[in-house]
Design a protein around this ligand. Sequence first.
Ligand SMILES: [Zn+2]
Length: 83
Amino acid sequence: MLSNVCSTRVQCDLLERTNRTEVSVGLVNDFHTSSDEDGDKLVHHNQSECGYGQEIIRNGHKVAGKLPGSALCERCKDIAAGK
Ligand SMILES: [Zn+2]
């Protein structure tokens, strides 16, 4: 699969390193919920390990990006801080 993306050894190494970093950090693009059922719409998530975020995805309410005035989820902050 990787051979489709990279043509040189250096590119492959770079790509591998990038992928590994994304996995270990668990950082994803900002997203929030489209539904009141999941709580505050003015809270967004950016950690794949966040339980609240996972519930939003499971419920099918995930919307990419964040709303104006939105705050980062407390759980996502804890995860980013390594708690
Ligand atoms: Zn979160």
